[in-house]
Write a protein that binds this ligand. Sequence first.
Ligand SMILES: [Ca+2]
Ligand SMILES: [Ca+2]
Length: 485
Amino acid sequence: MPLYQISKFLFVVFLGQISAIVATLSAQEPVAPNVLFIAIDDLNDWVGILEGHPQAITPNIDRLAERGVLFTNAHCQAPICQPSRTSLLTGTYPFSNGVYDVEQNMRDAPLVKDAVTIPQYFRKHGYHTLAAGKIHHRVNEEEGSWDEFGGRKGWDWMRSIVGPQGVSGLPDPSIFDFGPVPIETEDMNDMRTTDWAIQQLEKEFEEPFFLAVGLLTPHLPLFTPTEFYEQYPLEQVVLPETRPDDLEDLPPMGRKFTRYFDSTPMSHHNITRHGLWRKAVVSYLATATFVDHCVGELLNALDRSEHADDTLIVLWSDHGFHIGEKMHWEKRSLWEESTRVPLIISRPQSTVSASRSSRTVGLIDLYPTLIELCGLPSKDGLEGRSLVPLLDNPKLEWNYPALTTQMPGNHAVRTEDWRYIRYANGDEELYDHRIDKHEFNNLASDPQYRAVIERMAKHLPTHQVPSGPRLPRRKYTQAFDWTQP
Ligand SMILES: [Ca+2]
Ligand SMILES: [Ca+2]
C-alpha cells in the first residue's frame, strides 16, 4: 500500500474511533448529582460564620460554608414556618399562593392545592426522594413527596420528661420554655432524624437521590442536653445589642408588631422581669450548637460514603428569630432578626470554593437553583431566580431585592444597603444597613430619603391573593389584627 493510502487508512480508523467515543459519551445520561437538603427550623444568624452573635459555636456549619458558597444576605419570604416553607417548596410568594400564616394547611389554599413542590418535581424527574423530620410544616403534608419517609417525632415527649414546671424558671412555661434537659444527645429528636439520614447515606441507590433532613432545633422549646448548655457560661454570655428607646421612632404598626406576645409569658417585659433574658440567650446559643452537631454528623457520614463526590449540599433555615431585639421575641416581624437566614450551597465539584456572596437572595430562589444544578427541565411559574450565576461568581452584579411578607399587606424589601418596610395601613420604616445593621434608626420620616423610599417601593408586590382557608387558632398563637395599629 502506498504511503498516502496507509495515511488515509489510518486517518479513517482514527475518525472511526473518535466517532465511537463521541457516540458512547452522548449515549450516557448527564450525571445528575444527589442532593442533601438540610432544613433547620428557626435558626437565625447566630451562626459562627454569619457573625450574628459573637459567641456562637457552630464549627460544622462553618466548615460546610468553607466548601461552598455562603449567602450572607439571604432572607425568608415569610417570617414563620408554614408560609416560609410553602413559599420555598412551591417557588412562589405568599402574596401569590395565599399561604400567609401558620394556621393554614398548605394544600387547602386553592393556588397550592395542585402545586408541584421541589421534592415532587425531583421525584417526577427520576430522583429517589427521601426525608425525615420537618420539611413541610405539617407532618401530613409530607405525603406524596417522598419515596421513603423516616418519620417525625414532636416535642411533646420532651415536655413530658421536663414536666409542667418547665426548666426556664418562667412561672408559666407552657408557651415558652428553655434550658438544659435531662435527655441524652443521641435521644434528641434531631439525632433520631440524623441517624435515619445517615443510614440512607450508607446505602447504594440506582437513581440519584434527593435526601431531605428536617431538623427541628432551635424551634421552641429551647431544650438542649446539658453538654451543649454548659458551653456558654451564663455570666459571660453577651446579650443582643438593644437600645431602650429603639421603639420610639417606629410607626404605630411597627410598635404593634412588637406586641404580639404581650399578653403571654413570652413578652420581653415578662422575661426581663424574671431575670431570664440571659438564660434564654444561652439556651438559644446552645440549641444552635446542638443542631450544628447534627449537621456535623451528616457531613461526616456523607464524606465517608460512596456519595461524597457526587452530592450537592444545601443548608437553609426557614426564618430568623428575635431574642429581645426591638423588645420582641420569636419571629413574625419584618426586621432583620426575623428575615435573615443561613443559606449555604455546596456543589460536588465546585469551581468556586470557600466563597461568600453578600447579594440579596431569597429562599424562593432555591427551587430554580436546584433544578438548574441537577439538570432538570425548567419549570413555569417559579417566582424566584436561579442562584447558579452567583455560585459561579459570588460578586456578580445582582440587583434583585429580597421580599418578605408577614400576613397580607405587610412587606419588607431588602437590598444590600437598605431595608424598607411598608405595613398594610401605609406606615413605613427605612434602615440604612451600611451604617445601621441593628436597624436602630428609622429614616422613613426624613424627607431626604424620599427618593430611596420611592426606589425601594417599586419592588413591593403589585398583587395579593386572598388567604387560603384558616384553621382554628391553637393555644400558642394569639388573636391579633395585622392590618391596623
Ligand atoms: Ca420555623
Ligand atoms: Ca429605633
